[in-house]
Design a protein around this ligand. Structure first.
Ligand SMILES: C[S@@+](CC[C@H](N)C(=O)[O-])C[C@H]1O[C@@H](n2cnc3c(N)ncnc32)[C@H](O)[C@@H]1O
Length: 599
């Protein structure tokens, strides 16, 4: 199977090579077959457009912690089983839910060598393209003897609920990485509920990785624009849907805490407060609500906040948002933990989540404010709900104010909706962003000593045409520069990041005819209706590794400060003075393809 550039400079076309003939099954030529090409192209593009997969697989801490926790769990269970086994032979049964590239299954297989037991792994992945890639990755690693022969990995393309090969009380170890920034958003609890209800785990001893989590919150004052983020993205109304009917804030909107705090867009009002602990190995008390009380006074305002507590009070700030962090114990030993507390390092792919309060709590200059926090697992099991309440009438007034504000925002949103139909200006920059370069790097054969290169075809949609002219890029839509604070950096800092910037009129409806005529004149671009070619002269030799761009109905340079940007990682770093940028097949809903060639 190959992914390559198509004639428009779009970068995920698929063709089957001899090496992968076995994929060509079925009357449509298999999932990756030619007849399915458009479909696969779309999926690959969607996957590559999303930031999380490569970040996740390049998160070395995550990988190492899971590897060691799986080894430790296997060792622990082996010891118990060995004690009970009549003839001393031990076979461990492991279930990897949501295997993706097969990484955790391969860890489990390798744990067999370390512990000297036979391991039978059931591995399931519901997303077909990922499952097919996972099969290849496992096959590669078996062929290259990176996993021992004493283990077997049986792979199922299905949801975990539909894996019926596992018999009752057969499982020794359940492994899965369905953790997202909101902890539960990928359905980990649903998977567990099914496993418990089908009684797949052994009666006496079993291990679940990850095994437990603590939920922490922090009370905040957030700028209105921060809380508006979700509204902008199209969610009907943050202040409606993000608050449950009984006044709990639903913690499922991602943010990058560090960057927001650094720029004073959020201010920490409290310290981290632990509000909930969830034991994944026991489903008995997940429905409870925990109540925690605390007081907010000037002394409890976090020292990490950029303003002093007295200036916060004099500004008349209020607690209007809550952030959530989780801390997961992978194997119950406490030795292998992962958390989402804000960190300086970009390399950890999880972020923090934030939610507005139904009713903001005004900060008092003179007295301590008693606060009550109620925390529970959301009724759909996909998030945490936290209710933050203070006391007093002021809160009720605020609530009224908020409802009016929400109505106003909905009106503004509707007006903004029409912008795409007008002129579109492409704001574009060549940039050197070292943080992204490594976390979005294609996977090599050394992800914890395993070979994951086959995953690149889907996750990087990496060009395999060695003689393709120029380079293509994976693009993804995200406020990544915001996260790092780059978009708000000083001029001097900016020059090391944005190496060249421009603004070009991309589609001018009034000038449509002329534009089409011009395009027809260009060789080989007869059916490429939306294309822009930009000549870049950076003035001096630069090393560019990303393209940063966004569309706006205004050409003003200040748009960089307010519009969400897209960042595209180049396949290779480009060094030079002069480049040509081709932006093609632009459709805001599908994602843009930007291609840069060195002249
Ligand atoms: C976050 S990825 C983790 C991949 C891999 N385990 C790793 O750690 O690198 C989660 C994967 O689980 C899959 N998934 C989620 N819920 C599932 C379920 N109930 N059954 C099977 N696959 C599932 C998703 O399609 C996704 O590929």
């Amino acid at each position: 199977m190959q992914f390559c550039l198509d004639k428009h400079g779009e970068w995920v076309a698929v063709s089957a090579s001899d090496e992968n003939r076995e994929d060509e099954k079925g009357e449509n030529g298999g999932f990756f077959g030619r007849k399915n090409e458009q479909h696969v192209k779309k999926i690959a593009k969607t996957l590559a457009d999303s930031t999380t997969w490569l970040d996740m697989l390049n998160d070395t801490k995550r990988n190492a912690m899971f590897q060691r926790a799986i080894e430790n769990s296997t060792e622990k269970i082996k010891s118990v089983k060995k004690r009970n086994a009549a003839n001393g032979d031990v076979v461990l049964h492991v279930f990897d839910v949501g295997s993706g590239t097969g990484l955790l299954s391969l860890f489990a297989a390798r744990a067999a060598t370390k512990t000297g037991v036979t391991v039978r792994i059931y591995s399931c992945e519901m997303f077909l393209p990922m499952f097919l890639v996972g099969e290849r990755v496992v096959r590669d690693n078996v062929r290259e003897k990176k996993v021992p022969e004493t283990s077997s990995i049986q792979m199922f393309h299905t949801r975990s609920e539909d894996v019926d090969a596992i018999t009752k009380h057969e499982l020794d170890v359940l492994i899965s990485e369905l953790l997202d920034s909101a902890l539960l958003g990928e359905g980990w609890l649903m998977v567990l509920k099914d496993v418990f209800s089908r009684e797949l785990l052994r009666r006496d001893h079993y291990s679940i990785v990850p095994s437990s989590a603590k939920i922490w919150v922090q009370l905040l004052h957030a700028e209105e624009s921060v809380l508006d983020v979700d509204v902008k993205k199209g969610r009907a109304a943050l202040f409606g849907e993000a608050i449950t009917s009984d006044g709990f804030s639903r913690l499922d909107v991602q943010c990058h805490f560090d960057s927001l705090e650094k720029r004073g867009r959020i201010r920490a009002i409290s310290k981290h407060i632990q509000v909930f602990e969830i034991d994944f190995t026991n489903d008995k008390d997940w429905g409870r609500t925990e109540v925690v009380r605390c007081c907010c006074s000037s002394s409890s305002i976090s020292s990490s906040s950029s303003s002093s507590s007295s200036s916060l009070r004099s500004l008349g700030l209020e607690i209007n948002a809550v952030a959530m962090f989780w801390d997961v114990d992978l194997d119950g030993s406490g030795a292998f933990r992962l958390n989402t507390f804000p960190a300086q390092s970009y390399r950890r792919h999880w972020r923090q989540v934030i939610a507005p309060l139904e009713c903001p709590i005004p900060l008092s200059a003179s007295e301590e404010i008693p606060i009550q926090l109620e925390a529970r697992i959301a009724d759909d099991c996909l998030a945490f709900d936290v209710k933050v309440s203070g006391c007093g009438d002021k809160e009720k007034e605020k609530k009224k104010e908020m409802t009016m504000k929400k109505q106003k925002e909905t009106l503004i949103e509707t007006k903004q909706e029409t912008w795409r139909e007008k002129k579109r200006w492409l704001h574009i920059a060549l940039a050197n962003i070292s943080e992204f370069w490594s976390s979005r790097a294609p996977l090599g054969d050394n992800v914890c000593g395993l070979n994951l290169t086959k995953a690149n075809v889907l996750l990087c949609a990496k060009s395999v045409e060695s003689n393709s002219p120029g380079y293509c890029y994976q693009s993804f839509k995200c406020d990544l520069l915001d996260e790092l604070g780059h978009r708000y950096s000083t001029i001097e800092e900016e020059q090391t990041i944005f190496l060249w910037k421009s603004c070009e009129l991309f589609v001018d409806d009034a000038d449509e005819k002329k534009r089409e005529e011009e395009e027809k004149e260009e060789e080989g671009e007869e059916d490429n209706k939306k294309k822009l070619r930009i000549d870049v002269d950076a003035g001096l030799e630069i090393t560019a590794n990303h393209v940063v761009f966004f569309f706006s109905d205004k050409s003003h340079a200040d748009e960089w400060k307010t519009q969400p940007v897209q960042v595209a990682r180049m396949d290779q770093e480009l060094i030079g003075k002069k480049f040509t940028i081709i932006a093609s097949n632009l459709d805001a809903d599908e994602g843009e393809c930007i291609r840069v060639l060195r002249k």
